[in-house]
Design a protein around this ligand. Structure first.
Ligand code: ZN
Length: 94
């Protein structure tokens, strides 16, 4: 039994129980009998996950921002070292 649809699209895991779904005659359904998710007419519809997609989009954006923060933190740390060295070398207040 193939998990791919006739269009060759692999359906995502069941959003409720995470089981691999089954696609037969263009109908996709969860193979877990106790899951309770009813069959869906097309694999495209089965794979439509607007909340999950939005969360992935937000997550990617947050990861980019974290990378920026890490980069700036590195630049700031490098600047601190240079400033400290400049102060040490040029401190004529003593
Ligand atoms: Zn399920």
């Amino acid at each position: 039994m193939s998990t791919k649809s006739t269009e060759g699209i692999t359906p995502k895991q069941c959003p409720f129980c995470e089981e691999e779904p089954v696609t037969r005659h263009n109908v996709t359904f969860c193979r877990n009998a106790s899951c309770g998710l009813i069959e869906i007419d097309s694999v495209e519809e089965w794979n439509t996950r607007p909340i999950e997609d939005k969360l992935k989009e937000v997550n990617a954006e947050l990861l980019e921002l974290l990378e920026d923060i890490l980069e700036w933190d590195g630049i700031l740390e490098h600047s601190k070292i240079r400033i400290k060295a400049a102060i040490k070398n040029g401190d004529h207040r003593k």
